[in-house]
Design a protein around this ligand. Structure first.
Ligand code: FBP
Length: 260
């Protein structure tokens, strides 16, 4: 299975750090603006993969954690239906020693067909080279009124199956029952939760992660809720326990209770 180098017991814990491209430095503070800070969390936090763009990877990636190279990106400086196109290649992923490539589609955008085609070409090349492909599937655009409904999230997940992805990164619907439908719709595609903006409390975020795992998800691909945390390594440990080691959130809640 193409994603095996990024999984432990079939589960994945990915640290995302492509935000400098997507949002600019607005998400960062004095510490986490430095990619070296993130590399350290990725290693010491026990992540099974780290997600970077080419520029950061080529200057900071040291091979200690499997790399997922994000191949497309857009800024949030443009209005209207989103389109995100390729800014690096599978070949460049190979040259950096990546273990998989990532790509975002925006189903519902008037430009969706362009991203579908570009992704299909990437998937073809990646699989020929034995690489896994992880698909960020984020319904967006004027037709999408609420990107978090059960139906829309499940549609996003299903597209990952239809397009030939090995794993997909989708938003959480908010509860286990509705997320189960997304996992089911994705079939054999591994489903990872996209973290989203920092949750109101750390325990709140960990409960979402538990909900994903209870729904049959394969893990998380998370950024802000880790490296914006007061203690990124403590948050990483909690994630590791829930996602990789099968602990229940209730078992680790106590150590977070007096922090929120
Ligand atoms: P977070 O866990 O911080 O939400 O990261 C997930 C992610 O998909 C990043 O990979 C990406 O940069 C960002 O969210 C995109 O966010 P959005 O398109 O929702 O603004």
């Amino acid at each position: 299975m193409f994603l095996d180098p990024l999984l432990r017991n079939g589960k994945g814990l990915f640290l995302a750090y492509d935000h400098g491209f997507e949002h600019g430095p607005a998400d960062f503070n004095e510490q986490n603006v430095d990619p070296s800070f993130i590399m350290d969390i990725a290693v010491r936090g026990g992540y099974t993969g780290v997600i970077l763009h080419y520029g950061v990877a080529s200057k900071y990636y040291d091979g200690k954690v499997p790399l997922i190279l994000k191949l497309n990106g857009k800024t949030n400086l443009v209005q209207g239906d989103p389109i995100s196109l390729q800014v690096s290649t599978v070949e460049e992923a190979v040259s950096l020693g990546a273990k998989a490539v990532g790509y975002t589609i925006y189903p519902g955008s008037i430009h969706e067909h362009i991203m579908f085609q570009e992704f299909a070409n990437i998937r073809r090349e990646a699989h020929e080279r034995g690489f896994g492909v992880l698909l960020w599937s984020y319904p967006r655009g004027q037709m999408i009124k609420n990107e978090l409904t059960k139906e829309i999230v499940a549609y996003a997940a299903r597209l990952a199956l239809e397009l030939g992805a090995d794993g997909t990164k989708i938003k959480y619907t908010g509860d286990t029952e509705s997320f189960k439908w997304a996992v089911k719709s994705a079939g054999k595609v591994k489903v990872f939760m996209s973290g989203g903006p920092k949750a109101s409390t750390e325990i709140e975020f960990l409960k979402q992660v538990q909900g994903v795992m209870d729904a049959g998800g394969s893990g998380v691909a998370v950024g802000r809720n880790v490296w914006q945390s007061r203690d990124p390594l403590k948050m990483s440990e909690a994630l590791r326990k829930i996602v990789l080691d099968g602990y229940r959130v209730e078992e680790i809640a106590r150590s977070f209770a007096d922090r929120d």
